[in-house]
Design a binder for this molecule. Structure first.
Ligand code: NAD
Length: 320
């Protein structure tokens, strides 16, 4: 008898709030996985979401969706964590880092107690810090703990550039790196449009100080604040970003996407999770790509790393 070599894929999503359920909904539309398990402290919410998603089943390719407990992580290929609190008015990012790190301690320990042996994908904020916390608590090798990092910031940046230039965003190779947050930086020196340096394409002397370009970067950096002010949360963009990352991993794409990866000397940084472009395949992070940064970009990256380090220290103290 012929043996089919089909690989079955299972994803567990922990946290079925706006981000977790938007990811689940986007994922079930892509025929990428065979099984999707929803886990939340609020079991009724996870169950309700699973029921609702299942009613769309006749309209998509088959996928098994259910609510479940942490034992479901034992044979999962990917655990996506979107659980945790959002920043409240008056709360600092340091407070949020400590609060969500405590939540993560419980979550990651429970996942690991079921001998999870796959890849973690983290979206909860502050994402660089929680990616680091997950790596330390899980003890998994660095290539198997990935944060969404600046994938969304970069997508926003590419979208805004595409609107400004009237060029398909997929043909714009321009990254935001560093913290997923206020200290991120645009890598103008390496930005390219179909292989042409952006600075050349725009015939600009000093792209870093061009008012239009500054406004585009700031639009990407501050997008979450603008959206939260209007609708309370952001979730569709990050959900599609998480699906894109899932696809790169499951289809062994060797795709280059900026994520929060654990650095061991790249960019002169050690033992830190920070947003940088990385090659992703079914092993996780195959390698970190080292962009040739200008001196001022390198300085900004160092500054961003210092901010992440301070928050990481606070978070690690909270989980000891
Ligand atoms: P939400 O409040 O809608 O959902 C959070 C969910 O986590 C809730 O369902 C809650 O019950 C669950 N939860 C809380 N503690 C838990 C625990 N101990 N175990 C299991 N589940 C638990 O929030 P949201 O809008 O979905 O946002 C989730 C996170 O994603 C936030 O930290 C937000 O800042 C972040 N986010 C990240 C990005 C990014 O680019 N990385 C973008 C948007 C949002």
């Amino acid at each position: 008898m012929i043996k089919l070599q089909t690989k079955l894929r299972k994803v567990a999503v922990i946290g079925t709030g706006f981000v977790g359920t938007s990811y689940a909904y986007a994922l079930m539309n892509q025929s990428l996985v065979n099984e999707l398990v929803l886990i939340d402290l609020n079991e009724a919410k996870a169950d309700g979401e699973a029921r609702d998603l299942n009613h769309g089943m006749p309209f998509v390719e088959p996928v098994r969706i259910k609510a479940g407990g942490y034992q479901e992580c034992e044979d999962a290929d990917l655990v996506v964590i979107t659980a945790g609190a959002n920043q409240k008015p008056g709360e600092t990012r340091l407070d949020l880092a400590a609060k969500n790190a405590s939540i993560f301690k419980g979550v990651v320990e429970q996942v690991m107690s079921h001998r999870f042996n796959g890849i973690f994908l983290i979206a909860t904020n502050p994402v660089d810090i929680l990616t680091h916390v997950t790596r330390k608590i899980s003890g998994l090798p660095k290539h198997r703990v990935i944060g969404s990092g600046t994938s969304l910031d970069t997508a926003r940046f590419q979208y805004l550039l595409s609107e400004h230039l009237a060029i398909d965003p997929r043909d714009i190779h321009a990254y935001i790196i560093g913290e997923h947050g206020d200290s991120s930086l645009p890598v103008w020196s390496q930005a390219r449009i179909g292989g042409v340096p952006l600075q050349t394409y725009l015939n600009m002397e000093d792209i870093d100080n061009n008012q239009d370009m500054i406004a585009i970067y700031e639009g990407a950096r501050d997008a979450a604040y603008d959206i939260i002010q209007r609708k309370g949360a952001t979730y569709y963009g990050i959900a599609l970003g998480l699906v894109r990352l899932t696809k790169a991993l499951f289809q062994n794409e060797n795709a280059i996407i900026p994520v929060s990866a654990h650095l061991e000397g790249e960019y002169g940084l050690h033992d830190i999770c920070i947003g940088v472009p990385a090659v992703l395949n079914e092993q996780g992070v195959r390698e970190v790509l080292t962009l040739e940064l200008s001196p001022s970009e390198q300085q900004k990256l160092q500054h961003s790393a210092e901010i992440i380090r301070e928050m990481t220290r606070t978070a690690m103290t909270a989980v000891r």
